[in-house]
Design a protein around this ligand. Structure first.
Ligand SMILES: *Cc1c(COP(=O)(O)O)cnc(C)c1O
Length: 465
């Protein structure tokens, strides 16, 4: 392909993108396709000869598009959002065009320096102290793994990487039973092991880690000769939005000199609203590591996960490696690949720059505030449906409910709703029961989109009940 052809096709694709978004609301939200249906339309073997872009794009329309679930659909109420505000898409187009590897300062000075400034813009937006620096990672899973590895290294006097973990005793990490599965996996991969991730029952209206139970668990472990290494707290858990009381958890951490990580992957975005911080984030400035995904609720296209660090040194001492071919000379500069597990890194800061400049923090706050209000409104509508039950009250913009009937009926309603296609919801589990989750957070969803879901749920329920 030469650049004149590229010019033609990129214009066509830009037009296609606009059309896609303008007509998105007419498509079913979740793909209406059966497993294997897409794969069987693709040739088994790669072509030996070149094909025309017309043909490739025509196949994209007929084969690929019917197999897509539409995450930017205004009636996407499943999981958590993966928003892609239009200005962040434009930034991604530029990033894709330049296609730089941003592993070292010298491999992309602007990307590195922009990253430093964008992390600081977000720090200010969240009102974290100036002492925090940070890094942009691909996902919260990677940030959490970095933090867990740091817990491991710190608890072993930074000898785990060198000597391995053999003979080092059981390192223990503490959290509530509401943590995301990425915390389990971080403990598997870090060599700590599932059984050494101590999950304490969540309590109270926000399903928080009980600081007394935490203290007792640590004391018991110390008596048994185990080695406490860290505590992981959450603001806005994935299941039902569980949010820990941060101060009491931090007090226990300080007493035992434990490294602390806060998972605010989803709810961190809402902390740009000052009125929410007292309630959710009191004491946050005591955490060693905090992760928040601008690629969820905030609007920066996936992938974009910010990890704030009160002191980057423990993580650098855990992850930094400098073979000869990566050495740079001259001025002291930041090489962000030393802060993370992968070496290669994309220019992720540009979309934050485009996003925040295009809406201002006020524009982003307005969306989040609306989502929270609308979530409360639809929650009341569902509560009023005969036999329906709100299982967990809204935490920010997430609540969960049950229709009349057993767990299988809950799943039947979820599946029927998603087959219907007008809205998209997913199930969760809470205290041993299946629940139906509802979250409001798609970037340009309207009150009308949200309220429509009530009618759809009633309609589909009537059909299957
Ligand atoms: C989404 C989510 C994660 C995982 O985020 P990734 O960026 O997909 O790894 C972790 N924790 C919470 C609370 C989440 O909502």
């Amino acid at each position: 392909m030469d650049w004149d052809e590229f010019a033609e096709w990129s214009k066509q694709i830009a037009d296609w993108a606009v059309d896609y978004h303008k007509t998105l609301a007419d498509r079913p939200v979740r793909a209406q396709t059966a497993p294997g249906e897409i794969a069987e339309q693709l040739p088994v073997a790669p072509p030996e000869d070149a094909e025309a872009m017309e043909t490739v794009l025509a196949d994209f329309e007929t084969i690929v598009m019917p197999g897509m679930t539409h995450w930017q659909h205004p009636r996407f109420f499943a999981y958590f959002p993966a928003n892609a505000a239009p200005p962040s898409m434009l930034a991604e187009m530029l990033v894709t065009t330049i296609a730089a590897q941003c592993m070292l300062w010298q491999t992309s000075p602007a990307a590195t320096e922009m990253e430093g400034v964008m992390v600081d813009w977000l720090r200010q937006a969240l009102d974290l102290p100036e002492t925090y620096t940070g890094v942009i990672q691909d996902s919260a899973s990677s940030a959490t793994l970095s933090a867990v590895l740091t817990m491991r290294e710190r608890a072993t006097g930074f000898t785990g990487n060198r000597h391995g973990l053999s003979g080092k005793g059981n390192l223990r990490i503490y959290c509530s039973d509401q943590v995301h599965s990425s915390i389990d996996r971080a403990c598997w991969v870090a060599g700590i092991g599932q059984e050494n991730l101590v999950k304490l029952p969540a309590t109270g209206p926000r399903f928080a880690l009980d600081a007394n139970a935490l203290e007792q668990a640590i004391a018991r472990d110390l008596e048994d000769g185990q080695i406490p290494a860290g505590i992981i707290a959450i603001t806005g858990g994935t299941g039902v939005g569980a949010s820990d009381q941060l101060e009491p958890v931090l007090a226990v951490a300080r007493k035992h000199d434990l490294y602390t990580h806060l998972d605010a992957a989803w709810a961190g975005a809402a902390m740009i609203c000052p009125e929410l911080r007292a309630d959710f984030w009191h004491g946050v400035e005591g955490f060693d590591s905090i992760v928040f995904n601008p690629h969820k609720w905030l609007g920066a296209q996936f992938d974009c996960s910010v990890q704030f660090l009160s002191d980057p040194l423990p993580q650098l001492n855990t992850l930094k490696i400098e073979p000869e071919y990566l050495k740079t000379t001259g001025e002291a500069v930041t090489n962000y690949s030393e802060w993370t597990i992968p070496l290669g890194r994309r220019f992720r800061a540009l979309k934050i720059w485009f996003l925040i400049r295009s809406y201002g923090l006020e524009g982003l706050r307005a969306r989040i505030r609306n989502h929270i209000v609308w979530s409360g409104e639809i929650c009341e509508q569902i509560r009023a449906f005969e036999g329906f039950e709100i299982v967990t009250e809204p935490i920010l913009s997430l609540f969960s409910f049950r229709c009349p009937g057993d767990d299988a009926t809950q799943q039947r309603l979820v599946d029927a709703l998603n087959d219907d296609g007008r809205i998209y919801l997913t199930q969760g589990a809470f205290q041993g029961r299946k629940v139906i989750r509802f979250q409001v957070g798609q970037f340009d969803t309207t009150r009308e989109d949200v309220m429509m879901a009530a009618g759809v749920i009633k309609d589909v329920w009537r059909r299957i009940a």
